[in-house]
Design a protein around this ligand. Sequence first.
Ligand code: HEC
Length: 270
Amino acid sequence: MQKFAWWVVTALSLALLAIQVVPYGQSHENPRVRAEPPWGPGVRVLAVRDCFDCHSNETIWPWYSNIAPVSWLTQSDVDGGREHLNFSEWDWPQEDASEMVQVVENMKMPPWYYPARLSTVDRATLVRGLAGLIRCIGLSNVTAAQVAEAQAITDIVCVQNSYNLAYRHDDALIDDLARQGIAYVPFFPLGGFSPLQSSTLSSVAGRLGATPMQVALAWLLHRSSNILLIPGTSSVAHLRENLAAGQLTLSPQTLAELDGIAAAAAAVKH
Ligand code: HEC
């Protein structure tokens, strides 16, 4: 029996030694800090102590993060944590920032197996501080019903959906948002056009001495005062072209002609 126990201990020790050579979990990388949020007083200290190890590029790797298999867990926590929320990359949209307050309030973060736990006072300070970092909330890819659902919970400042001359499913939503003073950010200004629709757009553009993209953008700006454009831009020339679209005035006749693009498509479908 004793011999058996000896064998088990030896086998386990050898296995533990062997897994130390697995590269995963050993890199302990800290990428460059790009930008941090505008912390309120006393908030950063708490965030550094309780969140930074998994949600920043300033991870202090604990001693146990050098020993497999614990190192694998710490690596996956840091990778996963940074992916969801990274306080060192605040110049980049942080999709899960809106959940910060809730996870701390509900004591879901930091994970239970992590040594540092927040006292009640620290938790309240952190919750208040993190709430202060969320200035406004926008929604993307949503239906009118989902907008209403979100508005029942909190203020919404903008909605971003696919919308253009040819794809006008959000017409009613845009008018409704305009009445409420909420911005609408259309994406795919030239997406989903049929060849027929494109040729109408091209002929209008040709007449105005503009590109189809410029006309599509100008039409969006004419469509409603709450339209906010963020056209993709790949070069300075492209940027100038997009900006010039803002100067393009479309006459009522031209607008009617462009409105006909979607109307014609609807007529074909029905
Ligand atoms: C030990 C590492 C660790 C610490 C410390 C930690 N987190 Fe996390 N956090 C994670 C991981 C891992 C995830 C991704 C969880 C998942 O995939 O579901 C995460 C996810 C999140 C999310 C996204 C929402 C969610 O539920 O997926 C938020 C918000 C968050 N953490 C906030 C915080 C805040 C605020 C702190 C500090 C009080 C904190 N975390 C401390 C590891 C950590």
